[in-house]
Design a protein around this ligand. Structure first.
Ligand code: GLU
Length: 423
């Protein structure tokens, strides 16, 4: 039987599993299996050739029992409503596990940003915000960057929202440039959070990070910083990295300058040159004999058909949804310590929370405070997850880190819904 790779079916399956283990109230589960609000918009945009092209966009508010919906906006040619629904569910668990005052949401537009110029991207970003403008707000739903959206995209969107409401509302969107009251530290906070988790997990698994070899899938905001920070913070050796076209493997370790050069000149890190470097595919990168594997690109990378080939001891899910439920079980059986996305990559939204809190209070922090608070929150999430898992082990129930993290996150949302009288 082939595996169901629909991300929303996967999100529901993961939730069902946790609900069963924790014996979640059936009424609460029924609420949590579906998003609270789903908006589909069709957005006409005048393109550079003078013709109007219509794009379809989504914004899903999965759950807001604990606070405004929160989550990024993706620009992706293969975006689907089900992907956005899944990602909005994962945002709900992410914010809850981190114990920050947000629910979960997500947005997406079906478009190919690689084929669009800056003015088209600006026009699309503004038109999307006009289309969902009534739906968002600093206390309602707070978007942020995700796949193929950047601080610049957030700046245009923030500006358009200010046009709609007639005044500046910096807290309507996070991941803004620092000039527009974005937060120092937010840019690399997803990867930085992942590094704090890596530090804790390595201690637990007795991996010496100074000697560890690492493969990173993805060269976007998450992957690029995961690569630079693993080197600068721990002195680890990153031997492989990739982008959507393919990757490069060098047993001697990779050099940032040369990677950027290859990316800039040829459009892909694949063409990195050094004595021992060889081109590898994205699939092969996942199978490398390394200590730590960090998928930092997109969903469904480690599946039932390749999970057996993963040789890493520690797998850090810095992307959203890179490991399918069947792969999860296989990794677990094979003794791979796989830490779930909504823990590992929560540094992004924790950083967004700091930015939003600063925007709302108009009191701005210094960068060291940003990182210290991020470390505190994400390290606590890791420890909470491990402690809960241990308590199940003691009851002779072997649950994965993902299920443990789900139980914590779902329990908090369920309790909030209960207190509000939703069930
Ligand atoms: N897009 C990031 C995520 O998936 C950040 C979301 C946010 O900051 O709201 O976690």
């Amino acid at each position: 039987m082939t595996e169901n790779l629909n991300p929303f079916a996967i999100a529901q399956k993961q939730l069902d599993k946790a609900a069963e283990v924790m014996n979640l109230d059936k009424q609460a589960l029924a609420i949590l299996r579906e998003p609270r609000r789903t908006l589909i918009v069709n957005i006409p945009v005048r393109m550079r050739n003078g013709k109007t092209q219509t794009f379809t966009g989504f914004r899903v508010q999965y759950n807001d029992a604990r606070g405004p919906a929160k989550g990024g906006i993706r620009f992706h040619p293969e975006e689907t409503l089900d992907t956005v629904k899944a990602l909005s569910a994962w945002m709900t668990w992410k914010c809850s596990l981190a114990d920050i005052p947000f629910g979960g949401g997500k947005g997406g537009v079906i478009c190919d940003p690689k084929k669009m110029n800056d003015s088209e991207l600006e026009a699309l970003s503004r038109a999307y915000i006009r289309a969902i403008g009534q739906f968002i707000g600093p206390d309602k739903d707070v978007p942020a960057p995700d796949v193929s959206t950047t601080p610049q995209t957030m700046a245009w969107m923030m500006d358009e929202y200010a046009n709609i409401v007639g005044h500046n509302e910096f807290g309507v969107i996070t991941g803004k440039p620092v000039e527009l009251w974005g937060s120092e530290g937010r840019k690399d906070s997803t990867a930085m959070g992942g590094m704090y988790v890596m530090r804790e997990a390595a201690k637990m698994q007795k991996i010496n990070l100074k000697k560890a070899t690492i493969a990173v899938q993805g060269f976007g905001n998450a992957g690029m910083y995961a690569y630079t920070l693993s080197k600068s913070m721990f002195g680890s050796k990153v031997v492989a990295i990739s982008d959507s076209k393919g990757g490069v493997y060098d047993p001697d370790g990779l050099d940032l300058k040369k990677l950027e050069e290859a990316k800039q000149k040829t459009g892909t890190v694949m063409n990195y040159k050094s004595k021992n470097a060889e081109k590898i595919t994205n699939e092969k990168l996942l199978e490398l004999d390394v200590d730590i594997l960090i998928p930092s690109a997109i969903e469904n990378q480690v599946r039932a058909d390749n999970a057996d080939k993963v040789k890493a001891k520690l797998l850090l899910e810095l992307a959203n949804g890179p490991v399918t439920p069947e792969a999860d079980s296989i990794l677990h059986e094979n003794g791979v310590f796989d830490l779930p996305d909504f823990l590992v990559n929560s540094g992004g939204v924790i950083g967004s929370y700091f930015e939003w809190a600063q925007n709302q209070s108009k009191i701005y922090w210094k960068t060291p405070e940003f990182y210290a608070r991020l470390d505190e929150i994400i390290t606590k999430s890791f420890k909470d997850t491990m402690d809960l898992r241990k308590s199940y082990f003691e009851k002779k129930q072997k649950i994965t880190p993902r299920t443990a993290a789900y139980i914590i996150a779902v329990d908090r949302v369920a309790k909030a819904m209960k207190a509000r009288g939703w069930y």
